[in-house]
Ligand binder design. Structure first.
Ligand SMILES: NC(=O)c1ccc[n+]([C@@H]2O[C@H](COP(=O)([O-])OP(=O)(O)OC[C@H]3O[C@@H](n4cnc5c(N)ncnc54)[C@H](OP(=O)(O)O)[C@@H]3O)[C@@H](O)[C@H]2O)c1
Length: 307
């Protein structure tokens, strides 16, 4: 599908997913907390924000609404990383608060501008569902009750208030994004490269993955679509952790000999372990029915492309 031609304001554009979107979309304005740092990050990847770089301070609800002038769509990816480090109380607070601050600040600018923005694609995550064993998870499934589920529910709710009449709001529930240069895959591959890789626990939990090119393709599709509300942003064929481990080891031509016990991970990363062991067998029917065609529908094709 051809790239969306409108101007897109991207908050959190300097991260893993954002930089891939900046590379793909022709008309991007970057919204960042630090314009100089954003410029050097983009430079590092050989990227340019064709519609400029704007600065905001979401923790102070500070954003000049004129940043929306000429903008057709907004993508919101901003938030403290969930995966970096141990979940202390302070870290959990900032994981939630950074997302609420960013989303509330964007919504308030969208509500106050005279300029008509057509759509807001505001990220959410499969963490919305909690851990659900073998159950198929559609967008109608009830949210879970753990920390990440609470974050995702509040994050999605924040994206939806009074603007829904004028701006189309989509909240993609993003799965584990597989890319060569960021996200979870390099971290997952690392122990295999040292010949000490293995499944997590008994490996029975389902992993809702998506190739980074498909995530970018799906965002591009959602920008031009008329769909609104939550959309599972995960490949149509989730696999169990044991299957993922087997295929990753195969792709890296390494053995998968050492299962990682849950208690060991808990010692290392605390409550984040629950997210690593969460079982989410997501259903991609809504994205597919809306016309998105996955380039990498199965894990084998995705890993073959990435390695
Ligand atoms: N990667 C995945 O597998 C995955 C899966 C599910 C959901 N998601 C969600 O998708 C979004 C983007 O993911 P990503 O992997 O690209 O994340 P990322 O690499 O951590 O980038 C997130 C961006 O958010 C901004 N940010 C960081 N701390 C912030 C704060 N305190 N307040 C406001 N903005 C802040 C930063 O941009 P500036 O420094 O330029 O402001 C950063 O570049 C995240 O919200 C993430 O939770 C990702």
């Amino acid at each position: 599908m051809a790239p969306y031609k409108g101007t897109v304001l991207i908050a959190g554009a300097t991260g893993f997913i954002g930089t891939h979107l900046v590379r793909f979309l022709p008309h991007v304005r970057v919204l960042t907390r630090d314009a100089n740092a954003a410029r050097s990050t983009l430079n590092k990847y050989g990227l340019v924000a064709s519609e400029g770089i704007a600065q905001w301070a979401p923790d102070n609800s500070s954003l000049d609404a004129s940043v929306l002038d000429g903008v057709d769509a907004v993508i919101n990816l901003a938030g403290v990383s969930v995966a970096d480090g141990r979940w202390t109380k302070a870290r959990k607070r900032s994981i939630l608060q950074s997302r609420l601050d960013a989303t509330n600040t964007l919504i308030s600018a969208l509500s106050s501008t005279q300029h008509r923005v057509q759509s807001l694609i505001s990220a959410s995550a499969v963490g919305y569902y909690g851990s659900c064993g073998n159950q198929f998870l559609t967008e109608d499934t009830e949210p879970g009750t753990d920390f990440l589920a609470d974050v995702c529910k509040k994050w999605e709710d924040a994206a939806h208030p009074d603007i829904a009449d004028t701006v189309r709001v989509v909240t993609p529930r993003i799965g584990i994004v597989l890319g060569p240069d960021g996200g979870a895959l390099p971290k997952m591959a690392f122990p295999f490269k040292l010949f000490v890789g293995g499944k997590l626990g008994n490996g029975k939990h389902w992993m809702p993955w998506i190739h980074i090119d498909d995530l970018v393709g799906l965002f591009n599709h959602l920008l031009a679509s008329s769909i609104s509300g939550p959309v599972n942003a995960t490949a149509p064929n989730p696999v169990t952790n044991a299957e993922f481990t087997r295929q990753l080891a195969g792709a890296l031509k390494r053995p998968a000999l050492f299962p990682v016990p849950r208690f060991m991970l808990r010692l290392l990363v605390g409550e984040f372990t629950d997210a690593l062991f969460a079982s989410q067998r997501t259903d991609a029917t809504r994205a597919v029915s809306d016309g998105y065609v996955f380039g990498f529908p199965d894990l084998k094709s995705a890993l073959h492309d990435l390695y």
